[in-house]
Design a protein around this ligand. Structure first.
Ligand code: OGA
Ligand code: MN
Length: 275
């Protein structure tokens, strides 16, 4: 197995391993690499839906996403799709998945099934590097602070997606979510300090209104996605990416209108987060 960093601070490409046949020692090394780099990319994988599910089970539990359409044949697999006539994509802004759950998903295994002729890359940003970069006064300001996260404004019946051409495909519009997490968490395995607020789901700091929270929240969100914290995944047939929702954020570029893109996603269970 050969590990090549994709950018100085985020992402690793892992070659020389077949995800459908690898050993337990390989899986352990892959997990370590993902916890450290935030996302790992594997190329030229023969990875049928059955292999996808079997590999996910080697991590632990599978979380079913409550909103995305499920693959009718393999309901553990959520479909992240955009048809040629749709203009809105899924995940097209910086976010981390499921932070609106009190026990957020650890990460996802995303497999490219249908790709546009060009575009449709996914950006990732490293939240350990983002935290390290904060000036000392901002670090002290967020020490001990928690934030409230929800997905209601995104997925409810009059939410962001319902007003777009993705609305009809989504489930769960009646669900209500809410969770509180520290603004700076420690990675459950590596112990690294990570910034854990995101533009998709973080509404306000605990003890502050949305309006009071916005100046600091905006500053944190903007500083976290500097170019030097990012890497870019260019998908090809056979590409699989696995990310850690605590260590990284992601952003799906929506630059391929008129073409289909379909990804298969399995969401991996996580653990409660602590400062
Ligand atoms: C996701 C997501 C990114 C992509 O599945 O959570 O944001 O590139 N997808 O499709
Ligand atoms: Mn996502």
């Amino acid at each position: 197995m050969e590990l090549r960093p994709m950018a100085p601070r985020c992402g690793v490409e892992i070659a020389g391993v077949s995800l459908s046949t690898c050993s337990d020692a390989d899986v352990a090394a892959i997990k370590t690499a993902i916890y450290e780099h935030g996302v790992a990319v594997f190329r030229d994988q023969a990875f049928a839906p059955e292999d996808h599910i079997a590999f996910a089970k080697r991590w632990g539990g599978i979380d079913l996403n409550n909103y995305f359409p499920l693959n009718p044949r393999w309901p553990e697999i959520a479909l992240v799709s955009k048809a040629p006539d749709q203009t809105t994509n899924i995940g097209g802004a910086w976010h981390t998945d499921h932070s609106y759950d009190q026990i957020p998903a650890m990460g996802s295994i995303l497999v490219a099934r249908v790709l546009p002729p060009a575009g449709g890359d996914t950006l990732f940003a490293h939240m350990g590097a983002a935290y390290d970069d904060l000036p000392d006064d901002v670090k002290s300001e967020i020490e001990g602070l928690s934030a409230f996260h929800t997905a209601d404004h995104v997925y409810k019946a009059d939410g962001l997606y319902a007003q777009t051409d993705q609305g009809k495909a989504l489930r769960g519009q009646d669900l209500r979510t809410g969770a509180v997490h520290p603004v700076v968490i420690r990675h459950p395995v590596t112990g690294r300090r990570l910034l854990y607020v995101n533009g998709g789901f973080t509404i306000h700091f605990v003890g502050q209104t949305r309006e009071e929270s916005l100046p600091l929240l905006t500053k944190l969100l903007e500083s976290a996605v500097g170019d030097d914290n990012q890497c870019r995944v260019q998908w090809q047939p056979g590409t699989v990416a696995i990310w850690d929702n605590r260590t990284s954020w992601h952003n799906a570029l929506n630059d391929y209108h008129g073409h289909a893109r379909e990804m298969h996603r399995i969401t991996l269970s996580g653990e409660a987060l602590a400062a």
